[in-house]
Design a protein. Sequence first.
Length: 149
Amino acid sequence: MSVPARVSLATLGVADVARATEFYESLGWRLSTASVPGVVSFFHTAGGLLSLVATDDMTADAGLPTRQPPPNPAADFRGTMLAINVESPAAVDEALRSAVQAGATLVKAGGAAEWGGYLGYFTDPDGHLWEITHNPAWPLDQAGVPQLP
């Protein structure tokens, strides 16, 4: 047996589910009615689902030790990044502006990448790193998902 090559759900551990839900809703993301206020929030995306769950609940469920929150979540890189591919450099800049207006922390303003694209980074209020990128070599389908060879 093999493991299916798909990501159905990405779950972010957050300090406050209600606050984090407000942030993603303010980005314009659609909240699923399957969400349980204050417990778990599910957001529809062009790919898999995004869910928000209290970090303490996630660690307890997985049997992991509780992690002390850092004093500055935006500076606490966890070795994981989520990315949103967009259609142009201007769309990168607009998405970064919208994220900051919603309460994100700008990590790196949009700029040319050495590989020929254009990208920038922000962290959400819980310190999760997001990349907004335009890769001219990766056309997007109608849902905005990159089409790779």
